[in-house]
Structure formats: C-alpha cells, structure tokens
Design a protein around this ligand. Structure first.
Ligand code: CA
Length: 238
C-alpha cells in the first residue's frame, strides 16, 4: 500500500487548522499541523510534504519568508492562505513563488479541491518539460535562486554542493584540481579542506545518481582532481 500524500498545514488559528486537516484526512491525505513559521522547515526536513498550505500572517516568521525558504529548498507546491483579497495582489507583486492563493474566509471543501488541482497540475508538469522543449538541458543550475533541477525535479543540494556542481558543469571536460575547486567553493563561514572537497563530491555524486541512476558524470582523475563528463543531453547543446 502506498503512503498517502502529506499535506503540511501551516496556520496559527487552531480551530481553522484542525478543520482543514479534518477535511484533508477525509479526502485521503496525511496531514501535519504547524502553527509557527519557524517550525516549517524542520517539519519539511523530517518528512517532505507533497504540498504546503501556508498562512500569510504567522508568529515566528511570516508566510512570505517561509515560502521563499521553501522555494530555496525545493519545488514543493505552496498554496498561500490570506486574510484579505487585497493581499493577493501584493503577494503576486512580491513574487512569493506560491502556486495558488486562497482567501479567508474559505470553505474547507474549497481547500481540498484546490489542493487536488495544484497537486495534479504540479505532477503533470515535470515529465512534459524535457519533451516539450527539444534540446533543453536535463540538468538546470540556477545559482541566483540556489536551485538545481534534473528533468524538472529539484535536486536537494546544499549550497556548497550546488556551487561545486556549477563550477564543474561550467567547464565540462576540464580537469579541476582540489585547490581550484576550493577557490570556487569558498565559504566565509567555514574553512574547507581538500578532504572536504572529496566528501562534497561524494555527496553530490550520490544525489546525481539518485536523480539519474547509472550516470557517473563526475570522474576522478587520479592524483589531480575531478572532471565533469556530462552524458548526452545533460547540458544545453550536449
Ligand atoms: Ca494567521
């Protein structure tokens, strides 16, 4: 039996969150309620939700900041719950990255219907993306938004892994020494050593292998360092 989708309900009004959670459960979803903005990311790391229902006004950290954090972490769909219609325009203007908005007061039935719609739409999109755009790279790296995707699916990389991948993929076929990679991974908060490069490469390889089983794009060059050899289609023009 497959595990039901988890919907994370982030709402600080207990009556409302319970009502929504009850309707979602009746519709066959697993639910978890969080009532403080600061508790969202820990909950997401514990078990990744299929979708997040996110109230805008929250104690701890507001919904907008939480949504940005979720976006930096991956592409879990987010439906924002807002108290006023006027806020929706503001939210869209701020490019929160939310997939949909529901205004309060809402009926719990409407919430369930919107959750279904957003999940269906979200699931329909990734497999179509590579086919729809002929020649599009399977591996997409966006340093500015701290995100990398493979075949449209978010790769859950740490900031250092993302920079490492970006550095290697920027010059496919080129051999990088560990020192050269260290220069590109430089992080003010932490001292990185040669050995750290190796462990980041190891983790990055594992995550790429998960995204594309059998692929070994990062080659070890004995006594020198590493080289990125992207399989066909991984990079634009490749
Ligand atoms: Ca609230």
């Amino acid at each position: 039996m497959s595990c039901p989708d988890l919907i994370l309900v982030v709402e600080d009004e207990p009556r409302l969150s319970r009502l929504v959670a009850d309707y979602l459960k009746a519709a066959g979803y697993d639910t978890r309620i969080v009532d403080n903005g600061l508790d969202v990311m820990p909950a997401v790391r514990e078990r990744a939700p299929a979708l997040v229902l996110l109230d805008l006004m929250l104690p701890g950290q507001d919904g907008l900041a939480v949504c940005r954090e979720l976006r930096a972490h991956g592409d879990t769909p987010v439906i924002m719950l807002t108290a006023r219609v006027e806020e929706v325009d503001r939210l869209i203007g701020l490019e929160s990255g939310a997939d949909d908005y529901i205004c309060k007061p809402f009926s719990p039935r409407e919430v369930v219907a919107r959750v279904r719609t957003v999940l269906r739409r979200w699931r329909a999109t990734p497999p179509q993306a590579p086919a729809a755009e002929a020649g599009a790279a399977r591996l997409q790296i966006d340093i500015d938004s701290h995100r990398a995707r493979f075949d449209g699916q978010a790769l859950d990389l740490t900031p250092v892994e993302l920079r490492l991948l970006a550095a290697l993929a920027a010059a496919p076929g080129r051999v990088f020494s560990r020192d050269q990679l260290l220069d590109r991974l430089h992080d003010d908060q932490r001292a990185l050593s040669d050995r750290t490069v190796d462990s980041h490469v190891k983790n990055l390889r594992r995550k790429l292998e998960q995204a594309c089983p059998g692929a070994e794009p990062i080659r070890s060059i004995y006594g020198v360092g590493y080289r990125f050899e992207p399989p066909p289609g991984w990079l634009a023009g490749g």
